[in-house]
Design a protein around this ligand. Structure first.
Ligand SMILES: [Cu+2]
Length: 263
C-alpha cells in the first residue's frame, strides 16, 4: 500500500509535539513560544550590561590576536624549515667554497659572503634581455630591503658566466647602470665553472674562446639568498615580482637571531 507524504509525517511525529515546532519561529509574532521570548530577553539584557560587551570585545581581540600569532608562527616555521632543509646535512646543497675576483680587482671568496645576508645572481653583461631585466629587479629588491631593515644588511653580487668578456672593468661599468651596490665577480674559466657547479647553475660557456669569436652563453635564472653564515637559504626564481622577492628576503632577515655586520 502506498502512503502519501502527509500520512508518513503524521505517523512519525509524536502526538504530544505540535507541528508548529518544525516551522521557523516568527520572532515578531506575539504568540512566540516561551523559549524564544526568553532568548530575546537575555540578549537585550546582555547588551545593556557594560561588562559583557567589553568582555565580548576582549574575547574577540584575544581570538584575533591568537589567530594572527598562529599564522605568523606557521609562516615563520615554514621559512625556518626551508632555511634548515637547504643547509643540508654535511655538504650544502647549494654554495660552498669558491675563489673569484671582484670588479675592483680584489680577491673574493665564499668567506666574503659571511656577516650579512647575500643575494647572489649569475649572468653575463652581453645578455640581451634577461639579465638587464633581472638586474633591474635586483635593484628594486635592494631598495625594498633597505626600506625595511636599513643599510648594510644585504650584500649583492653578480657572478659572470662569461669570464672571457666580463673582465672586472667591464663588470664594474655594466653593473653601475643598475645599482651602485651590486658587486661583479669574475675569474678564470675554471673558477667560474667551479662556482657555477657549486651553485647548480647551468654553465655552457666554451673554455678557449678567441677574441671576436661568437659563442653561446646560457645560465640558470635565480637569485640565491645566503645567510650571514654563508649558507644557502632559498632560491628566488624569475616568476617572483620585486615585492614578492623582497618579502621573502625581508622575512628571512627578520628571522635571523644572530648578529648582522652592517658595515
Ligand atoms: Cu642573462
Amino acid at each position: 500500500m502506498r502512503r502519501t507524504p502527509d500520512s508518513t509525517n503524521a505517523r512519525l511525529i509524536p502526538a504530544s509535539i505540535s507541528i508548529e515546532w518544525y516551522e521557523r519561529p516568527d520572532l515578531t509574532n506575539s504568540m512566540a513560544s516561551p523559549e524564544w521570548t526568553r532568548a530575546i530577553n537575555t540578549k537585550s539584557s546582555a547588551s545593556s550590561d557594560p561588562f559583557s560587551w567589553q568582555a565580548g570585545l576582549l574575547f574577540l581581540l584575544a581570538g584575533g590576536g591568537l589567530t594572527f600569532y598562529f599564522r605568523y608562527e606557521k609562516a615563520r616555521m615554514s621559512r625556518a624549515r626551508i632555511a634548515e632543509a637547504n643547509k643540508g646535512i654535511g655538504k650544502p646543497l647549494v654554495g660552498g667554497p669558491f675563489t673569484l675576483t671582484d670588479h675592483n680587482n680584489e680577491p673574493f671568496t665564499n668567506d666574503n659572503l659571511k656577516g650579512k645576508y647575500s643575494l647572489v645572481y649569475f649572468g653575463f653583461s652581453h645578455c640581451p634581455d634577461i639579465c638587464p631585466e633581472e638586474l633591474d629587479k635586483m635593484a628594486g629588491m635592494i631598495e625594498a630591503v633597505k626600506e625595511k631593515h636599513g643599510e648594510g644588511v644585504l650584500r649583492n653580487v653578480f657572478i659572470t658566466c662569461d669570464p672571457a668578456r666580463d673582465t672586472p672593468q667591464v663588470l664594474k661599468s655594466y653593473l653601475a647602470e643598475f645599482h651602485p651596490e651590486v658587486l661583479g665577480l669574475t675569474g678564470t674559466w675554471q673558477q667560474v665553472k667551479d662556482v657555477c657547479k657549486a651553485y647548480r647553475v647551468y654553465f655552457s660557456t666554451p673554455a678557449d674562446v678567441k677574441p671576436g669569436q661568437d659563442y653561446l652563453v646560457d645560465h640558470s635564472i635565480y637569485f640565491y639568498l645566503m645567510d650571514p653564515d654563508g649558507d644557502f637559504v632559498e632560491a628566488i626564481g624569475r616568476n617572483f615580482t620585486v615585492p614578492a622577492a623582497a618579502k621573502v628576503i625581508n622575512d628571512h632577515i627578520a628571522d635571523w637571531k644572530g648578529k648582522i655586520d652592517r658595515s
